[in-house]
Design a protein around this ligand. Sequence first.
Ligand code: UDX
Length: 425
Amino acid sequence: MAAKEPIGVIGVGWVGLCTAAAFAELGHEVVARDILPEKVESLSRGEVPIHEPGLPELVQRNAERLTFTTDIADILDRTRLLFCCVDTPPTYSGDADLSRVERVVDELGESDEHAIVMKSTVPVGTGRSIKRRREALGYVSNPEFLKEGSAVEDFMHPDRVVIGADDSSRGFADRVGALYESLGGPIVRTDVASAEMIKLASNAFLATKISFINEIANVSEELGADVNEVARGMGLDDRIGPKFLKAGLGFGGSCFPKDVSALKQLAGNSGYAFQLLTSVIEVNDLQKRRAVGKLQKYLGSLVGKEIALLGLPFKPDTDDVREATSLVLAARLQGEGANVRVYDPVAARSAADMLGGSKVCDSALEALDGAHAAVLVTEWPEFAELDWAGDVKQRMANPLVVDGRNFLDREALREAGFTYEGIGR
Ligand code: UDX
């Protein structure tokens, strides 16, 4: 049997580490490079710095095939397919910041034996402009569609694998395609610009679906409908589907907010005003603040009120608080004069310095003790398992729950004497 293609990974953040570990699991030698020596050292000891289910096991199980280095020469010597996984955060203007990608391209030189395989999310046109500068280098667009919290599962069971390459890089694209063959998902072979657009359009569409259901939720509240019932009925239509129809306090994370604004910006730069995306962003910004109005409805002024925020990350099973609703809410509530206490099972300590004057608690019960209201921000299972009717009710100064994810048992809470406010019901 032919030896498996060795893989280079550049940038060992969340995407890079998931990619490196998953390819090692598939039997490839992987050389992964990061510029931070501390990170490389701790990864070499098998320490995984992020909360991602299954990832530490993957890294430890495949330690023999995984090398971490700070030296780009190690990668260039030992591998030919160089997966670029550096981050592309938004700039103040909403454009994607490509400086890290540019730095990688600068380091790679002109070898026609190597190809850059772009996993980082980049604006449409990036591949073309890199190719213009580095004609000899192969270029393959291979966007990632991993969800935080289920990244390992998503990698191993892809809905689709997208591979974009132009004629001169076709051979490299075949080699990238071969890496994924054993996984069985459909492989979409296309040109570079279309591959880049598939990634942005997919995330923008999903974000649109969320903002849409959130608006339906807000109108349902006014008109007496229940958004959960509405979503259930809508989702049974094959053309709509049941996923991404959960109303809540808006989307966050490292991808949706950045990719929606990058696509809007990209369209604007090309002379087209993408009006739908402007609304998707605005609806989401307002949705993140929606719990404030709900608290005021029952408590009046929030000055001096003790408010417990349950959950910090933008969704459960991650410690990622980028663009998390909790941060916006904590700031807004403090702005209204409330005293905010937060609890999160994994992210509270690491996010403490982003929470301004909020008190970070060691347990949900500590946060709820003496609180005038609880706001559930992240649907961690442990919040549903709290003894709401007993311990929690006794501890809170006032039994008001704003369930920002429609996650708790509304009937049970009401029966126990709580005032329960969900989203859109
Ligand atoms: C997303 C994409 O799903 C993934 O394909 C891409 O590669 C990266 O961005 P991720 O950021 O991990 O993944 O989060 P995801 O699970 O998609 O959720 C994003 C946000 O939307 C969360 O804040 C979540 O709470 C919110 N959401 C999701 C809703 O509010 N309602 C829903 O129905 C679904």
